[in-house]
Ligand binder design. Structure first.
Ligand SMILES: Cc1ncc(COP(=O)(O)O)c(C=O)c1O
Length: 422
């Protein structure tokens, strides 16, 4: 009992972990997931005894297709990175079907590390593409790198600096002109639900992180889900089995000769899929759009309140997160790490730090839509108080955290020689 409280939870504290969308996980999701018909279902039950589970997966695929504006979805991948791997396999299957020989993928310098890793797992060489001085991609830079040996590009939109890739349509045109494909990393969909139609923009494959946007729990390496949504031309390659509706019945269909095959021992992380389905139904379309509007409003409020105190990497309208840095605190020899360790003394979970790599000393704050103005204000106050401490008494920050059960860890030793017994 006490042990659970030495940890930090999104139910009890502000958890502004940029790029991770640590938002409140509604308890109704847990109740639906625990319904005996779902909780006691066995993955080897035949189709006719699994109609409820099949219907839920079928309908969830359709909801996600509609939310993203794509043509079809598979809920099979078990994480964002697994969705990326599925996407790269889809790229490969598409090019093979057309007799194209492609061995490279363009990956912007703002990408999450899993993007080049997923491309490499499929045997592609990642070619880095520089973002411009405004933190986004230029179509000209992409055009200079795009050739007929390149399978396509992976673009996160909004990107990991919390900025909307405004030139995405031009980027898509450049890549499609060479019969390349555009992968949309949709991990940041929380900012644009009901607002941006990814299919209309010309995205060919998009993964979603249900454990971020759709309020299913994550962290600590727990199970997630990274459904892949595709445009019409990639639908024949989706993983099998596809879930189909035949009259009033639902069934698994393995008859897809061009499919990339099966990605899981069974069908998907069912407990996660049920929670996401529950969230979508309990919210409805209009409220999902409001979620994104509120997520952007909250991040913009934090950015505007803190931009004089901390260096703001890109002084432009942000989406769901904003990126500050320790540049103003450097003369006091106070670093990003010291600042966020001190935040723990004020009762807040540290934001993501030193990522994205394009911003030295990055402090990446994603407040999410589920926090009140009062919470945001107390966080802002704490950040300002820490900046004042950095001026007046930097020692306080260098020693932080002082109120936690464990003080500052030797992070290298903690990673290399973990002691998991407390
Ligand atoms: C932009 C982006 N892409 C991909 C991923 C990978 O997702 P997952 O952690 O579910 O594998 C993340 C995770 O934080 C992300 O932020």
């Amino acid at each position: 009992m006490r042990l659970s409280q030495w940890n930090f939870s999104v139910d009890t504290g502000f958890y502004p972990l940029g790029s991770c969308t640590m938002k409140y996980n509604p308890k109704t999701n847990e109740r639906q997931m625990a319904l005996p018909g779902f909780a006691r279902a066995h993955p080897l039950q035949p189709d006719h005894l699994s109609q409820g589970a099949l219907r839920l997966m079928f309908e969830l695929e359709h909801f996600l297709t509609e939310i993203t504006g794509m043509a079809a979805t598979s809920v099979q991948p078990a994480a964002g990175a697994h969705g990326e791997l599925a996407g790269m396999l889809l790229f490969h299957a598409y090019h093979r079907s057309k007799g194209n020989r492609r061995n490279k993928i363009l990956v912007p310098d703002t990408a999450h590390g899993t993007n080049p890793a997923s491309a490499a797992l499929c045997g592609y060489e990642s070619i880095p593409v520089k973002s411009n001085s405004r933190g986004i991609l230029d179509a000209e830079t992409v055009a200079a790198a795009m050739d007929e040996e390149t399978a396509g590009i992976m673009v996160t939109n909004p990107n990991t600096i919390g900025l909307f890739e405004e030139n995405i349509r031009e980027v898509v045109e450049v890549v499609h002109a060479k019969d390349g494909l555009v992968y949309g990393d949709g991990a940041n969909m929380n900012a644009v639900m009901g607002i941006v139609d990814m299919g209309d923009i010309g995205i060919d494959v998009l993964h979603l992180n249900l454990h971020k946007t759709f309020t299913t729990p994550h962290g600590g390496g727990g199970p997630g889900a990274g459904p892949v949504c595709v445009s019409g031309k990639l639908e024949p390659f989706l993983p099998i089995p596809r879930i189909v509706k035949q009259g009033e019945r639902f069934a698994f269909n393995y008859d897809a000769p061009q499919s990339i095959g099966k990605l899981q021992a069974f069908w998907g992380n069912m407990g996660v899929l049920i929670r996401a389905y529950s969230y979508i139904l309990s919210m409805g379309g209009e409220n999902l759009k409001k979620v994104s509007q509120m997520a952007v409003l909250n991040a913009s409020y934090v950015k505007e309140q803190l931009k004089g105190t901390y260096h703001l990497a890109y002084d432009r309208p942000c989406m769901h997160e904003c990126v500050l840095s320790d540049k103003h605190q450097q003369p006091q020899k106070v670093t990003t790490l010291d600042i966020v360790k001190r935040l723990m003394d004020y009762g807040f979970h540290p934001p993501t730090v030193y990522f994205p790599l394009v911003v030295p000393g990055a402090i990446m704050i994603e407040p999410t839509e589920t926090e009140s103005k009062e919470t945001l204000d107390s966080f802002i106050e704490a950040m300002k108080a820490i900046a004042a401490e950095a001026e007046e008494n930097p020692e306080l920050l260098l020693e932080a955290p002082t109120t936690t059960k464990r003080r500052r860890l030797d992070e290298t030793a903690a990673a290399r020689k973990p002691c998991l017994r407390g």
